[in-house]
Ligand binder design. Structure first.
Ligand code: HEC
Length: 103
C-alpha cells in the first residue's frame, strides 16, 4: 500500500496511483493519458472526437458527483453518450480513477 496522502478536503481522498493503474486497464483502450486534468473542467471539453452525447451537459463541470455518476452508468448520466459500455461498478475504483483525473 502506498502511503496515504493528507486529506485535502472533506471528500474521502482517493488513491491516484491505484487510479492510474485502473485507468490504464479500463480506459486507455479509448482514452489517452491526456484525459488527466479533466476534473473541474467543463463537460465535453476533453477534445474528443465523439463528444456529441455529452454536449447537452456542456455548461456543467466535471465535479466528483458528475464524474461518479457518469462512470457508474454512463447512459443514465447522458442517454446519448457514445461511452455506453464503460461503467465502473466499484465505488472505490471510481473514487481512485477520479482522483487520478484531478491533475
Ligand atoms: C469503449 C471506449 C471507451 C472506454 C473504454 C472509456 N471511454 Fe470515456 N469516452 C468514450 C467516448 C466515445 C467519449 C465521448 C462520449 C460522448 O460525448 O458521448 C468518452 C468521454 C469520456 C469523458 C468526458 C470527456 C469530456 O470531454 O468531457 C470522460 C471523463 C471519460 N470518458 C472517462 C473515462 C474513464 C475514466 C474511463 C475508464 C473507466 C473511460 N472513459 C473508458 C469512450 C470510452
Amino acid at each position: 500500500m502506498p502511503p496515504k496522502k493528507e486529506k485535502q478536503s472533506k471528500e474521502i481522498q482517493g488513491d491516484a496511483d491505484r487510479g492510474q493503474r485502473l485507468f490504464k486497464t479500463l480506459c486507455m483502450g479509448c482514452h489517452s493519458m491526456s484525459l488527466r486534468g479533466i476534473y473541474g473542467k467543463n463537460i465535453a471539453s476533453g477534445n474528443m472526437i465523439y463528444t456529441s452525447g455529452l454536449l447537452a451537459k456542456a455548461t456543467e463541470k466535471w465535479t466528483f458527483k458528475n464524474l461518479d455518476a457518469f462512470l457508474t452508468h454512463p447512459k443514465t448520466f447522458a442517454p446519448e453518450t457514445a461511452m455506453g459500455a464503460a461503467a465502473v461498478k466499484n465505488a472505490r475504483d471510481r473514487r481512485d480513477i477520479i482522483e487520478f483525473l484531478k491533475a
